[in-house]
Ligand binder design. Structure first.
Ligand SMILES: [Zn+2]
Length: 482
């Protein structure tokens, strides 16, 4: 058994309308090479001009991650040759990143974990190469699309504070939630606007020195991240167990085969020959400017969760589940405004609503939740007044999701009103007593548990519409005289 040490490098595309150095559109999915100009194609003689919105979004991301923001920062050229990089250098930040020293907290098995953020810097996206065939190795030719080149990007680098593949996934989920709250990125992993590389090494427990690490790339989903790291833990453990060294390299995750494959030995910073970009002036930020941007940040997930606990008296678990998505948090709050009873609303939202959203595969970041807070409040009022039972309420909710009809309409159409009318209930109870002499004797001879069975039979006979509390009362009256 070894201690697992993981650090992540996360790339996040910022959702500005135009690119970082030119006015080209950043829309996803346009025809290849239609959103380009001499600047982002790197033609000689062109000059980059910083998009202020990109700077603002990068600072806001840094602030949301608890970072210190630099008052003086500059851009550097990272030199490497690859077809998707027309200038043969990427404009990035080297020794003076925009943001430093942040942290993200998240829960692992009910315990709070804290992962430090070493830095957040601003840079440009490269273009995109599309290889023919399944992968780069067997490919006969590659196509290059420069639409992506020059989209503003932040790179978030963590300290090696992550201790398991599961933690790595939970960290990424929390990071994504925070960034989505700020609105600086749409964080769509399937479109590549959020992606990460992972550095992973193993060492014997108690050992202070870090083991040799590998870097794993091509982690396009939370699942891929966790699986790839689990694979690396097994691979590196086997090497160490056999007394063989782990080679420092860069590895590609192959999703189909479920393995990581060595791509190349890892470069060092010196291989990139970083130097300050002479085409861009350094950026100075005043404290006032930073504070203005800070004041524009919305309430963030941890703040919202703390407020939900304080204001609504919710358990920590509820507060965290509800605030994991800003859409769900807003839905919950709007429902409580109309109905009250925060814990009741929380139970329904965490249980039934999240279940239906998952089952129906609704992407609530892209499309609205199919029912409104008013709709849920109306349904909960019907349940609390006893017009329908709790279980019937769940079925009505599902029908609301699928048809868009209101709770009252559905209850009326399907005749779902709970039967509380004593005469009607008594008739049902008498019928069940007549049909179940065995359990009836059990109750009379003191086995009170059998009452539950009889209540169940009445509920069944009423197709779930009988008021269970009233049924219980009537049964006791009939059989026990109390
Ligand atoms: Zn351009």
């Amino acid at each position: 058994m070894y201690e697992v040490i993981i650090g992540l490098e996360v790339h996040v595309e910022l959702s500005t309308d135009s690119k970082i150095w030119c006015g080209c559109s950043t829309d996803f999915g346009a025809e290849a090479n239609t959103q380009v100009c001499p600047v982002c194609l790197g033609l000689p003689g062109t000059l980059p001009v910083l998009n202020e919105k990109a700077l603002e979004y990068a600072v806001k991301a840094g602030l949301a991650l608890g970072c210190e923001i630099a008052h003086f920062t500059k851009f550097d050229r990272k030199n490497y040759f690859y077809p998707d990089l027309p200038k043969a250098y990427q404009i990035s930040q080297y020794d003076l990143p925009l943001c430093r020293n942040g942290a993200v907290e998240f829960e692992v098995n009910g315990e709070t974990r804290r992962v430090r953020i070493a830095r957040v810097h601003l840079e440009e996206e490269a273009g995109k190469t599309v290889h023919s065939g399944d992968n780069i190795m067997g490919s006969e030719y590659s196509l290059v699309d420069y639409n992506r080149g020059g989209i503003p990007l932040i790179e978030i680098v963590t300290e090696p504070d992550i201790r398991s593949p599961e933690e790595a996934r939970l960290f990424m989920e929390k990071l994504r939630t925070i960034l989505l709250y700020t609105g600086v990125s749409d964080c769509k992993m399937q479109e590549g606007s959020l992606r990460c590389d992972a550095n992973i090494s193993l060492r014997p427990f108690g050992e202070a020195k870090l083991g040799e690490r590998t870097e794993v790339k091509n982690l396009n989903s939370f699942r891929a991240l966790q699986r790839a790291l689990e694979y690396e833990v097994r691979r590196q453990s086997a090497l160490l167990d056999a007394g063989e060294p782990v080679e420092r390299d860069t590895r590609h995750w192959n999703e189909q085969q479920g393995v990581t494959i060595s791509m190349r030995s890892k470069e060092d910073a010196q291989d990139y020959r970083y130097f300050p970009d002479p085409d861009l002036v350094p950026v100075t930020l005043t404290a006032e400017q930073i504070e203005t941007w800070r004041s524009e940040l919305p309430e963030l997930p941890d703040q919202k969760a703390a407020r939900f606990m304080e204001q609504f008296g919710l358990p920590k678990y509820d507060a965290q589940v509800l605030t994991a998505s800003k859409e769900v948090a807003a839905f919950f709050e709007a429902t409580v405004e109309r109905f009250g009873e925060p814990k009741t609303v929380s139970n329904w939202v965490m249980g039934e609503i999240l279940r239906l959203i998952k089952e129906m595969e609704i992407d609530i970041e892209q499309e609205p939740i199919p029912i409104s807070p008013e709709g849920l409040a109306e349904l909960l009022a019907l349940v609390s007044k006893g017009t329908i039972s709790n279980n019937v309420g769940k079925e009505v909710l599902e029908t609301m999701f699928k048809t868009g009809k209101s709770a009252a309409e559905i209850v009326k159409e399907q005749g779902l009103e709970q039967i509380s009318d004593t005469g009607e209930l008594e008739a049902l109870v008498d019928q069940v007593i007549a049909e179940n002499p065995g359990p009836v004797e059990d109750v009379k001879s003191g086995k009170e548990k059998a009452i539950g069975f009889l209540v169940g039979q009445v509920m069944k006979a009423s197709r779930g519409k009988a008021n269970p509390q009233r049924v219980n009362e009537i049964l006791r009256q009939r059989l026990l005289g109390s």
